[in-house]
Design a protein around this ligand. Structure first.
Ligand SMILES: [Cu+2]
Length: 272
């Protein structure tokens, strides 16, 4: 009776402690995009589960090492235990439920982050009816009329990756920049393509990473929320200077962004 109460108390404190640690874990950088809090939600849940499992199992091992150690003068064999059906059902059901939950929940988060939208394969072009199709449908293959027809406040940017730099092209003002500038709270749609090998565009503060592939453009959509300067890191080993393939994304207010845009826009230079 006493040990049952103690075991329940240990389980309860393990669950409460695990949830507390999981919810207060502070290992990630600032969240600077709309989908970052969604990602962090998953991270916290996974951290909670991981903490409970790790502390629970390690605790049980340490407890058993002390509690069930051989006493002095004890020379006989241990108890001949053969199977325990209820225990086996328990340790099969618990991991099965945990794995199923993590799988379904991760899928849901990935979907909410827009991960289930297809990459920009040519064969998917006619099947998609999402933002990508509307923004990029007219560029490259479509007609000019079609691009102008579509009114959207999404900012289209073309990303060119090559050993060992990222280049950002703004079709609107024909700006070519080594640094990415984006205004806060405006959806950005990037069409990315590599000139040589596979690279990956990664901004930890946006909680986003997407491969940049030669000959097969990929799309990355995001909405920045917090002004600041964040690192862009190539996250795919792409050659000897892969480690130096870095740039910055400058998230700024709409006014600051407009200033930057006007200063760099070729259209503006031609106008003046
Ligand atoms: Cu690279």
């Amino acid at each position: 009776m006493r040990s049952a109460i103690l075991a329940s108390l240990a389980c309860a404190s393990l669950l409460i402690g695990g949830v507390w640690i999981g919810q207060n874990v502070n290992l990630l950088p600032t969240d600077a995009s709309i989908n970052a809090p969604v990602y962090d939600e998953l991270f916290k849940v996974l951290f909670t589960i991981g903490t409970i499992l790790f502390v629970g199992m390690a605790g049980l091992v340490v407890y058993s090492l002390i509690q069930f150690r051989r006493k002095p003068g004890e020379l006989g064999d241990g108890l001949p235990i053969e199977g325990n059906l209820s225990l086996e059902i328990f340790w099969t059901a618990v991991p099965a439920i945990v794995v199923l939950f993590v799988g379904i929940y991760s899928y849901d988060i990935y979907d909410r982050m827009g991960g289930m939208q297809p990459l920009h394969h040519e064969m998917h072009r006619h099947e998609t009816s999402n933002v990508q199709e509307r923004i990029w449908g007219g560029i490259g293959s479509g007609t000019v009329e079609r691009t102008e027809e579509i009114q959207t406040d999404t900012l289209p940017i073309e990303v060119i990756a090559q050993q060992f730099a990222f280049l950002f092209h703004y079709p609107k003002g024909d700006i070519l920049s080594g640094e990415l500038h984006v205004p806060t709270n405006q959806p950005v749609s990037m069409r990315m393509e590599s000139k040589d090998v596979i690279h990956a565009f990664w901004v930890p503060e946006f909680r986003l990473k997407q491969d940049v592939i030669p000959g097969q453009p990929t799309i990355l959509n995001f909405t920045p929320t917090k002004p600041g300067r964040y690192p862009i890191i190539c996250a795919e080993l792409c050659g000897p200077y892969h480690g130096g393939m870095r740039s910055s994304v400058v998230v700024e207010s709409a006014e600051d962004y407009q200033d930057w845009f006007k200063k760099n826009s070729k259209d503006t230079i031609l106008d003046s």
